[in-house]
Design a protein around this ligand. Structure first.
Ligand code: ADP
Length: 470
C-alpha cells in the first residue's frame, strides 16, 4: 500500500511547529511491511536545503490563472530520513527563506497543483493521499472534481487538522487560480462567502482526523467558525493522538543536550543540563527551574505571561527561562522582565532547536498554559526528558497529563487565568521541596510510552478501511 503525505512542513527540512514533527515522524513509523509512506513538501530556501544536495527527477509547467510557472520535483541525495521525500521546487513562489507569510494563497495553490500533476504522471498511483492542514486543503476537492485530475477520483483522501484556527481563506476573486472544475461544485469551496481550504478539506476528504480525541470533541463547539460543518461531517471524523519521534527525542541518545541520561540516572543527567542552562542564562540552579518553549501567541496563553511571571517571580523562590517568538508586544514584555528580575528570569527570543532540547532536559517544570492545544508535543517531549508538565486542561494536554492529586504526574488547571496558572506554579514549587517525590515522578514520566507505534497503526487501519472501497 502506497501512502503519500502532503504537507507545508516536515522535520528536519523545514519546521515552524508541531506539524513538522508529525510529518517527519509518522511516515517513518508507517514504513513497514507492505506499507510505503512518502512525503511531498515545498522546496524552501533555508539552512537545511542550502546544506544538502538535491537531484531533479521531474520537470513540469503549471498554470495559475493567466500565469504559468515551471517547476521541478527534487529528491534528497545521500541521506536516509526513513521515508522517501519529494520536494516541489517553484523558484518564483516557494523558494523563500520563510515557510509562511501574510499572503500565501498563490504559493500553496501552486504547491498543491504541482504535487498533484506529479502524482498523476507517475506509473503507480498512490493508494491513499494524506493531506495536512489548510495549505493542502484543496487537494481532496481537486482530486474529486477538477477536470484534469479525474484519474485520482477514486483514490481515498485523508485530511488531518493539526490546527483549525488557521483556515487559509481567500476571496472568490482568486477563483481563476484553481484548476477548472464544473461550476456546480463551487459550493464545496465556499464558507461564509470566502474560499476556505480547511472547510473544503473537511467537506471533500474521505476521512478527517484531528491530532487528539479531546480536540475532536472541542471542535464541535469551538472551531473558529467551522463548528456546524464539523458537526455535520462528524461521522467521518476521528481523533488520533499524535506520537513523538522517540528516535529524535531520546535523552539517552540526544547529542544536543549536555549529558545523556536514562530514567535510572535522570537526576544526575538532568542536573548537568540545568547547570549549563543556569550558567548560560545567569540563573540560580538551586531553585526550581520553570521553562516555556513555543510560539508567543494568544493560543499558547502568551498574552498572560507578563502578569503570571511577574506575580510568580515576586512571590515564589523560582527561576523562569523562556524560549520563543511571535507577538511583538509579548516579545517586548518578555525582554522587559529580564531587567526587572535579573538572576531569576531570562528569555531567548527566537527559534533554536538545540536550545529547546537542552531546556527539555535541564528544566524541572515545563509551562503550557495553552488556550487551544490540538495535541501539543512539548508536554510529551518534557515527559520523555523527565520534566514535569504544568498545563491547562484542554485538547491533547487533557489526554496526556494527569494531575498529581489524582495519582498522576503533572499539574493541571481548568481556569486558565493569571490566578489559575499562578496556583499551578505555586503547587509545583511546593512539590519541588520533596526531593524523593520529584525523583520518583521523573522516573515514572520518563517511562511513559508516547512513541508513534500505536498511533501510526491507527492511521494504517484507517487507510485500510478506506482502501477496500476504492
Ligand atoms: P505548535 O505546533 O502549535 O507550535 P506543538 O506543541 O505542536 O505546538 O509543537 C511545537 C514544536 O515546536 C515543538 O517541537 C517545540 O519544541 C518547537 N518549538 C516551538 N517554538 C520553538 C522555538 N522558539 N525554538 C525551538 N523550538 C521551538
Amino acid at each position: 500500500m502506497k501512502i503519500i503525505h502532503i504537507s507545508a512542513e516536515c522535520y528536519p527540512i523545514a519546521k515552524v511547529g508541531g506539524l513538522a514533527d508529525v510529518v517527519g515522524a509518522l511516515p517513518k513509523y508507517q514504513n513497514r511491511g507492505e506499507i510505503t509512506s512518502q512525503v511531498i513538501m515545498p522546496f524552501y530556501n533555508n539552512r537545511y536545503t542550502q546544506e544538502h544536495r538535491f537531484k531533479s527527477i521531474y520537470k513540469g509547467t503549471l498554470n495559475l490563472g493567466t500565469e504559468s510557472f515551471k517547476f521541478k520535483i527534487l529528491i534528497l541525495e545521500n541521506e536516509n530520513l526513513g521515508f522517501e521525500l519529494y520536494l516541489v521546487d517553484i523558484p518564483e513562489l516557494l523558494f523563500t527563506d520563510y515557510v509562511y507569510s501574510e499572503n500565501d494563497t498563490k504559493r500553496f495553490i501552486s504547491f498543491q497543483i504541482a504535487a498533484l500533476d506529479w502524482i498523476l504522471q507517475n506509473k503507480q498511483l498512490p493508494d491513499i493521499i494524506h493531506c495536512h492542514d489548510h495549505h493542502t486543503g484543496l487537494i481532496s476537492f481537486l482530486m474529486s472534481h477538477a477536470n484534469k485530475y479525474k484519474k485520482l477520483k477514486d483514490t481515498p483522501s485523508v485530511f488531518t487538522i493539526h490546527n483549525a484556527q488557521y483556515q487559509g481563506w481567500f476571496s472568490h476573486d482568486n477563483i481563476e487560480l484553481i484548476p477548472s472544475f464544473p461550476l456546480s461544485h463551487i459550493g464545496l469551496l465556499d464558507w461564509d462567502n470566502n474560499i476556505n481550504p480547511l472547510a473544503t478539506a473537511i467537506k471533500c476528504s474521505w476521512r478527517v482526523t484531528t491530532v487528539s480525541p479531546s480536540y475532536m470533541e472541542e471542535l464541535k463547539v469551538k472551531a473558529n467558525g467551522l463548528e456546524s460543518l464539523i458537526n455535520s461531517e462528524t461521522q467521518k471524523c476521528v481523533g488520533i493522538l499524535n506520537g513523538i519521534d522517540t528516535k529524535v527525542w531520546d535523552p539517552e541518545l540526544d547529542d544536543m543536550i549536555e549529558a545523556k541520561y536514562g530514567f535510572e540516572d535522570c537526576d544526575s543527567g538532568k542536573h548537568v543540563s540545568k547547570i549549563w542552562l543556569c550558567e548560560e542564562f545567569g540563573l540560580n540552579s538551586e531553585k526550581p527551574l520553570f521553562v516555556f518553549i513555543g510560539r508567543l501567541v494568544e493560543e499558547k496563553g502568551a498574552d498572560l505571561f507578563y502578569e503570571v511571571f511577574d506575580k510568580a517571580l515576586k512571590n515564589l523562590d523560582i527561576s523562569i527561562l523562556l524560549l520563543g517568538s511571535g507577538n511583538k508586544m509579548v516579545e517586548q514584555q518578555m525582554k522587559k522582565l529580564t531587567s526587572k528580575y535579573p538572576k531569576m528570569y531570562n528569555a531567548f527570543i527566537g527559534y533554536d532547536e538545540a536550545l529547546s532540547h537542552k531546556m527539555y532536559a535541564g528544566a524541572d517544570y515545563l509551562l503550557m498554559p495553552s488556550r487551544v492545544e490540538p495535541c501539543g508535543l512539548n508536554q510529551m517531549y518534557s515527559l520523555r526528558y523527565g520534566t514535569i508538565p504544568i498545563v491547562n486542561k484542554i485538547g491533547g494536554l487533557k489526554d496526556t497529563v494527569v494531575d498529581i492529586s489524582e495519582g498522576g504526574f503533572g499539574f493541571l488547571h481548568t481556569e486558565n487565568t493569571v490566578k489559575g496558572i499562578f496556583n499551578s506554579i505555586k503547587r509545583a514549587t511546593q512539590f519541588y521541596s520533596d526531593s524523593s517525590k520529584i525523583k520518583e515522578t521523573r522516573k515514572t514520566i520518563m517511562q511513559i510510552d508516547h512513541s508513534w507505534d500505536e498511533s501510526a497503526q491507527q492511521y494504517i487501519n484507517l487507510y485500510k478501511s478506506l482502501n477496500q472501497y476504492s
